[in-house]
Write a protein that binds this ligand. Structure first.
Ligand SMILES: Nc1ncnc2c1ncn2[C@@H]1O[C@H](COP(=O)(O)OP(=O)(O)O)[C@@H](O)[C@H]1O
Ligand SMILES: [Mg+2]
Length: 224
């Protein structure tokens, strides 16, 4: 299976937008893409992330495919299970399902959930799914003050689980952060700590379509 796993330093940093833009970039190149959100919570009633991804690759049914984890409460899967809700089950089964859904696609793009160590159950985190999937892992981070520590922490946590980060995307999420001086140096500082990982910057945009150029650059960087 060729493709990318999109994870992040946390929630709300741009995974869905970037994954959608990456799917669009692939479609524009005439590739068949399956963009999947295998684990989604806060589904009330629709899996909004999964739908955005599925629409970007022109196959809305992907969002509603059987065998994916969906839960209503906006919580980590481990917290949902502790409250008596559904458990995520075996990562092997989820991986198998993703492979099936991507079998006719040239590229499979998988969006994680929250940050890199979101607990799926009492033992496993989303990083364990990244390790199982063995796609090219992309780490999205907010290009704002604080991102240096968040990013270095996430990269170390992934490395400990034998997941190497293939690209870091510094995403300009915040409105009105023109005064955030860190934005001018974050990429350079990260590059000196992580010299082997390409670092891409995504500007503030109006919609995921505004990120397609950056996503095309990511596509070329990953050589997926
Ligand atoms: N480059 C950007 N420019 C402007 N707004 C952005 C950008 N990236 C993300 N956003 C905003 O942040 C929100 C969260 O992004 P999303 O991709 O849903 O994050 P995640 O999937 O990591 O939770 C989006 O709904 C959008 O409002
Ligand atoms: Mg998302």
């Amino acid at each position: 299976m060729k493709g990318a796993f999109i994870t992040a330093t946390g929630t709300g940093v741009g995974k869905t937008w970037l994954a959608s833009a990456l799917a669009t970039a692939c479609v524009q190149r005439g590739k068949r893409v399956a963009a999947i959100k295998p684990i989604e919570t806060g589904v009330d009633p629709d899996p909004l992330d999964a739908l955005a991804l599925a629409r970007a690759c022109g196959n809305e049914s992907l969002a509603h495919a059987e065998g994916l984890y969906r839960a209503r409460e906006p919580l980590a899967p481990c917290a949902i299970e502790l409250r008596g809700g559904p458990g995520v089950g075996s990562l092997r089964a989820i991986t198998k399902r993703i492979r099936e859904l991507g079998k006719d696609a040239d590229y499979t793009i998988v969006e994680g959930v929250g940050g890199v160590l979101v607990p799926l159950d009492r033992e496993r985190t989303i990083a364990d799914l990244a390790a199982q999937l063995d796609l090219q892992t992309v780490l999205v981070a907010r290009n704002a003050l604080g991102v240096l520590s968040y990013t270095l922490t996430a990269v170390e946590a992934l490395r400990r689980r034998k997941v190497s980060v293939r690209a870091i995307v510094l995403n300009h999420v915040e409105r009105g952060s023109r005064d955030d001086l860190s934005r001018t140096s974050n990429a350079d500082v990260l590059a000196s700590y992580l010299p082997r990982i390409p670092i891409l910057r995504v500007p503030r945009v109006q919609s995921p379509n505004g990120m397609v150029d950056a996503a095309t650059e990511l596509f070329n960087t990953l050589k997926i």
